[in-house]
Design a protein around this ligand. Structure first.
Ligand SMILES: Nc1ncnc2c1ncn2[C@@H]1O[C@H](COP(=O)(O)OP(=O)(O)O)[C@@H](O)[C@H]1O
Ligand SMILES: [Mg+2]
Length: 496
């Protein structure tokens, strides 16, 4: 139904789309796969009339399409579910769906709209209360409203830009059922993602983009995660790190009967016991909001402990200020990297020295030894493959993956006794993720006790020796790696 032929789009200094040709059939889910910056959103924004390409044409049902605005795209039957929702929080679901509708100059009858919303919601499993205000809805529900809005306008071609980024694993399953129904009903769907397992589970055909160019077109039956990763990155990628056998040593991190208040004043962590041995990676799986973040922050001394204790080797670090916990041998890589992990305005060198600027090696009677700091920064940037124009570059301008590598470099350079890492590769390209995983496994071999908190089950299963599942502030179960499967973890994460 849709053909995009020879699309080329330049931004200053970037060839965002380079002679891209894509066809989408009615009744199929067509995945557009690629790393951050590959040009996926740009291609879809061209389709939706938000950008004008320098070259190429778009055909819908064989007819050349001159789309110069989103209104024209909607008119042509194209619906777009953006990465960032475009809904009005102070309006109801019905009002949001009705917004912008012009029915022959008459005022739209909202009860008619609400009835139609209920019909569509029932048909496709997009449950939402038409009278609810948008601000009252969870992100997953807001996304359903976006889809309902497109369906209400009879979209025959639906574009979903990274729709699963805001969903929990449980919600993703239901969401995929909905998408399949929409395709079976005769619509064409373009599903944008950088997650290999999703693309393989859902799509009929897959187009891979890298640096603006198509690097592969295939189907789930004909390809594999490894092949797709190679098309995305342009080289072979190890998706799960090689993990040698390691003899674990004594318990280096011990969390006992820990209770921690969350931001809403309730017990976000509600009686957690956990031990991690040297040479061991314990993964913490769970749907976000079940206390994982507060657990990590409490261990790192960034959040007060209500009751219970945290021990590192033979010492107690409960409620120690972050600096003292660090001196005791704790390293921490936070989830909110730009908020808690690095200072955007600071240079790469400055961010690398944040934790040990007062040590003798780098300071002499209050004066920084700039030469030594620079040498070390250059060494870390090289060893951790941080892509930066120079060590003087301001950290804000690096990509998410490179900022994460920078923080990892800093935290691992002190060879910690215990390392707590939250979402080590969220928003990180698979090439950089592969590297971060290798570093974690190397640190495990060096005898560090590592706690990895992640919502990505593939990551948890790839790294962990044991997996703890958190649910409603408690550890629902701790499984040995051999007993842990995606299905079993999924059930435990849902409170089963
Ligand atoms: N409005 C814009 N102005 C300048 N450069 C842009 C703009 N939008 C995207 N780019 C650049 O184009 C490339 C492709 O971006 P994008 O299409 O957003 O990638 P993806 O959606 O695959 O992550 C990137 O290098 C990005 O920085
Ligand atoms: Mg994008």
């Amino acid at each position: 139904m849709l053909e995009m032929r020879g699309i080329t789009k330049r931004f200053p200094g970037v060839l965002a789309n380079d002679d891209v040709t894509l066809d989408v059939r009615a009744g199929e889910v067509h995945a557009l796969l690629g790393e951050n910056g590959a040009g996926k959103s740009t291609l879809m924004k061209i389709l939706f009339g938000l950008y004008r390409p320098e070259e190429g044409e778009v055909l819908l049902d064989g007819q050349p399409l001159a789309i110069d605005s989103p209104a024209a795209a909607i008119q042509a039957g194209i619906g777009m579910i953006h990465q960032h929702f475009m809904l009005v929080p102070t309006l109801t679901v019905t009002e949001n769906v009705a917004l912008g509708l012009k029915e022959a100059g008459r005022k739209t009858d909202l009860t008619v709209v609400a009835d139609r919303i209920r019909e569509l919601a029932d048909e496709f499993g997009l449950q939402v209360d038409p009278d609810a205000y948008l601000w009252q809805l969870a992100v997953g529900e807001r996304q359903r409203v976006e889809i309902l809005k497109a369906l209400y306008r009879d979209a025959r071609l639906l574009v979903l830009d990274e729709p699963t980024a805001v969903l929990t694993p449980r919600e993703v399953d239901d969401f995929f059922v909905t998408l399949r129904k929409l395709a079976d009903d005769g619509r064409g769907l373009i599903f944008i993602s950088h997650k290999l397992h999703e693309v393989l589970a859902l799509s009929d055909r897959i187009t891979v983009l890298r640096h603006g160019r198509i690097t592969g077109q295939t189907t789930p039956a004909e390809t594999s995660r490894e092949q797709l990763a190679e098309m995305m990155v342009g080289r072979e990628v190890r998706l799960a790190p090689d993990k040698p056998e390691v003899n674990t040593s004594d318990v280096r991190l011990r969390v006992s009967d820990l209770q921690v208040l969350g931001d809403r004043g309730t017990h976000a962590v509600d009686g957690v016991d956990l031990e991690v041995r040297g040479g061991e990676i314990v993964g913490v799986a769970g749907v976000s909001g079940n206390g994982q973040r507060e657990l990590a922050e409490a261990i790192a001394g960034l959040r007060a402990v209500s009751t219970g204790s945290v021990h590192l080797d033979d010492g107690e670090i409960t409620d120690l200020p972050p600096k003292a916990a660090r001196d005791a041998g704790l390293a921490y890589v936070p989830e909110e990297r730009m908020r808690d992990g690095a200072i955007g305005e600071f240079s790469v060198t400055e961010n690398l020295m944040l934790i040990d600027h007062a040590s003798e090696e780098f300071a002499d009677r209050g004066f920084l030894k700039l030469g030594a700091l620079r040498t070390r920064a250059e060494d870390l940037v090289e060893r951790f493959a941080v892509k930066t124009p120079s060590i003087e570059t301001s950290t804000r301008s690096l990509s998410g993956g490179n900022i994460q590598k920078l923080i990892m470099a800093r935290e691992l350079s002190c060879d910690p006794a215990v390392l707590v890492v939250a979402q080590p590769t969220r928003g990180v390209d698979i090439g950089a993720a592969e590297y971060i995983h290798e570093r974690l496994v190397a640190q495990r071999e060096a005898g560090t006790a590592i706690l990895v908190i992640s919502e990505d089950l593939d990551e948890v299963l790839g790294l962990a020796d044991r997996v703890a599942v958190m649910f409603e502030g408690r550890i629902a179960a701790i499984l040995d790696r051999d007993e842990a499967t995606v299905e079993r973890l999924g059930l435990l994460m849902a409170g089963a």
